[in-house]
Design a protein around this ligand. Structure first.
Ligand SMILES: *[C@@H]1O[C@H](CO)[C@@H](O)[C@H](O)[C@H]1NC(C)=O
Ligand SMILES: *[C@@H]1O[C@H](CO)[C@@H](O)[C@H](O)[C@H]1NC(C)=O
Ligand SMILES: *[C@@H]1O[C@H](CO)[C@@H](O)[C@H](O)[C@H]1NC(C)=O
Length: 416
């Protein structure tokens, strides 16, 4: 009996390491293993209740072959908690999402984060009646960081970083139950801020689409393959070698997502790239060559001027032959008549964010008002009420039917 238990224990250890343990944990094993002498303990009730005050997480049970169910209860705000670790006894649950165990009181308290502070600020203003009807309470994730996206009601939603910084990726707002995973966009941001600074040239292998998701086609050098659009994980199976095969042979290739398509009747080797990625590559080759030949290019200044957006484009602004800045779409085509002549404040502040939101909202009959340079006009009006907005079009403070009472009001508010 003891030998059998040791054997089972060893198998359990192995099963934990190799997920696939068909030898012992074959179908029907649990039925024989769990019997009157060897019963499962009753799981904590929280997972089954799952209401506002009682929640938990089903986990694989720490038993042989996961025969029993196991529920990790979440403690609510103010409930006692254990800090875990050695000497603290067995932790049977943990503080719920956004909560942490306070060192001194041993009770679950709200994590102190930037996002929670932003929520508290919103709540305090809301209680005083100072929030606007198009203002959204910030959403935080289970770690108290900013959610992956932020919505401006009836306008658009865009990706944001864990610190609440706006990132690449914007879609039309279609209602309260929006979801934007923005994993590609966040990955690009992380690489750019954490890694790229210390390297001689920008590295970003992944390509994102306009919504902040992964482009289904990803390439490493000349080999291209398919990935899951949300997670970016490689889908096993097809891949193509651009040295011999055109990208359109790849089953996940979508012509609509290819911003710079190359015709199929050209000769191999083919490419699947963008002008911005190409110019990075060119300079990279130049640096490599200079290192080989023994002279130094000051590479940090060489790259100061280029950074590609996560979709491989140069950006959404460009300078035309007259030296004016204009707003462009992902294919480099001019958007509207937005323009700012050189050496003007409009030129320096230009961000084209309103011009771009308007493009995302082509199907809407109430697009935002933009300035001549494509920025959001600081006062937006909607059916007789006006409100102040920030550079991303987010409402700041209460709206008013009397525009002169808005804090951002200026006499010339209609023109910008
Ligand atoms: C959740 O369920 C528990 C147990 O059924 C009950 O005591 C509690 O009042 C419920 N809480 C809410 C907010 O419904
Ligand atoms: C909690 O207490 C431990 C040891 O008493 C200390 O090392 C740790 O820094 C404390 N953490 C916080 C957040 O105060
Ligand atoms: C450049 O300026 C000229 C005259 O000032 C104007 O006619 C032309 O449309 C401008 N070109 C662009 C691309 O804006």
């Amino acid at each position: 009996m003891a030998a059998r238990n040791v054997l089972l224990f060893m198998c359990f250890m192995l099963c934990s390491i190799y997920v696939n343990c068909d030898i012992l944990c074959e179908q029907g094993f649990c039925r024989g293993h769990i019997n009157d002498d060897n019963q499962c303990s009753t799981p904590a009730p929280e997972c089954a209740i799952n209401n506002a005050t009682h929640t938990g997480l089903w986990l694989p049970s720490p038993t042989i072959c996961n025969c029993c169910s196991f529920c990790l209860p979440f403690y609510q705000l103010g409930q006692p908690c254990s800090l875990g670790g050695s000497g603290n006894g067995i932790t049977i649950g943990r503080c719920g999402d956004g909560l942490t165990c306070d060192n001194s009181t041993r009770k679950c308290v709200r994590m102190k984060t930037k996002c929670h502070d932003a929520q508290d600020d919103y709540d305090a203003r809301h209680a005083r009646g100072e929030t606007g009807s198009f203002e959204n309470r910030p959403s935080c994730d289970e770690k108290g960081k900013f959610a992956s996206f932020h919505c401006v009601p009836s306008q658009t939603c865009f990706c944001q970083s864990e610190d609440g910084e706006r990132l690449f990726g914007e879609v039309l707002y279609t209602g309260r139950f929006m979801n934007m995973p923005c994993r590609c966009s966040r990955m690009a941001h992380k690489i750019q801020t954490l890694i790229a600074k210390d390297l001689p040239y920008p590295v970003f292998g992944m390509r994102c689409t306009a919504d902040g998701n992964y482009n289904p086609v990803q390439c490493i050098e000349n080999m291209c393959y398919c990935v899951n659009r949300i997670t970016g994980e490689r889908i096993p199976g097809h891949s193509v070698d651009l040295d011999t095969t055109h990208i359109s042979e790849l089953p996940c290739y979508d012509e609509k997502l290819d911003l710079f398509p190359k015709t199929e009747d050209s000769e191999p080797p083919y490419e699947y790239t963008t002008p911005c990625f190409n110019s990075v590559q060119e300079r990279r080759d130049l640096i490599d060559k200079s290192i080989e030949e023994g002279y130094n290019v000051e590479y940090f200044s060489t790259f100061g001027s280029i950074s590609c957006l996560p979709d491989g484009t140069f950006g959404r602004m460009t300078i035309n032959s007259n030296g004016s800045k204009i707003c462009v779409n992902e294919r480099g085509e001019k958007l509207g008549n937005y323009e700012a002549p050189a050496n003007t404040p409009q030129f320096n502040d230009m961000d084209c964010k309103c011009a771009l939101s308007t493009t995302v909202m082509t199907s809407s009959n109430e697009p935002p008002r933009c300035c001549k340079n494509g920025n959001f006009r600081p006062i937006q009006c909607h059916r007789g009420t006006c409100r102040c907005v920030d550079s991303d079009g987010r409402q700041i403070g209460r709206e008013s039917t009397d525009v002169t009472r808005l804090p951002c009001y200026t006499q010339d508010w209609r023109n910008c």
